[in-house]
Write a protein that binds this ligand. Sequence first.
Ligand SMILES: [Zn+2]
Ligand SMILES: [Zn+2]
Length: 295
Amino acid sequence: MKNMKRVVFTLFQPAMLALIVVFWAYAPASLLEKGWLVTAISICTLIVVQILEFVNERYPGWRLNWREFLTDVFYVVLYFAVIAKVETKLAEEPLLSAKHALGITTDWAMHLPFLAQVAFAFFLIEFGQYWMHRLMHNTFLWWTHAPHHHITQLNAAKGLVGNPVELFLVSLSVIALFDLQLNALFCAFNLVGAVSAFSHANVRFYTPRWYAFIFTTVEAHSLHHTVGFVETRCNYANCLILIDRLFGTFREGESSVVGQDERKRLMISQQFMFPFRPLIAMFKGHQDKSASASN
Ligand SMILES: [Zn+2]
Ligand SMILES: [Zn+2]
C-alpha cells in the first residue's frame, strides 16, 4: 500500500501532463469550438490537486481551512470570469488586430508537429511570465506582486491569489502573434495551469529528477515564497524552471515557512488596495504636514 502511494505520487505530475497532451492531440474538431472546455479542464485539475492535499499532505501548517478555501474560490472565479476576459479584450484582441494590420503571418508555426507547437506555445508563455515576474521583484511593480507573497501557506489554487493588476500583467503574452492550431494552444494553457497548481500545492510529491529539472516544483516555488524579501529573488519561472537554470536565477531547496512582512496575511480588500499603499502613505504624510503647520 505504502509502495503504491509512493508510485502514484512519483508519477502523478508527469502522468497528468501526458494526459492533457494526449487529450488535446486527439480532441475532435467539434470540441475546439467549445471555448469553455479549457477553463473546465483547468478548474478540474485544480480540484484534483486540491483533493491530493488531503491524501498526501506536505506540511500541516499549510492545511486548507475555510477562510483559505473561500479566498481561493474567490480568486478562481475572479480569474476565469474577469481577468482572463479583460486580458482577451485589452491585450490579445488589439495584438491580433495589429498583427493583421501589419500583415504579419507565421504560417510556419501551424505546420509544425503538434508536440512542437505545444512546446513552442508553452515556452513563449513561460518566457514572458519569467521576465514579467522577475521585473516585479526588482522594480516598483513589486507593489502589485507583493500580495501574492503575503500568502502564508501554499495550496493548489494559490497561484491565482494576488492583486488583480498583477494577475493581468503576468497573463500578458505575445502568443497571439503566432498562428498556432487551436488544440495546441489550449493544450499549452492547460499545461501551464496544471504545473502552476502542482507548484503551489500542499502535496508531498516524490517528483522524478528529470521532471524537477524541467518544470517548477513545489520545492522550488516554496523557496521563491520564503520569508525574506531578497531571498525571494530566485526561481521566478511559473512552470518552466529550466528558464531559471538558463538565466542563473535557479536556487535549490525548499521552504516550509512562507510569507512576507513577518508573514502578515492580507484580506482580499487589502490585497486589492496594496499597490496604492505608497500613494496613500504620501497623501497621509502630506495631510500630517499641513496639520502640524497649521498647529
Ligand atoms: Zn514572486
Ligand atoms: Zn506563487
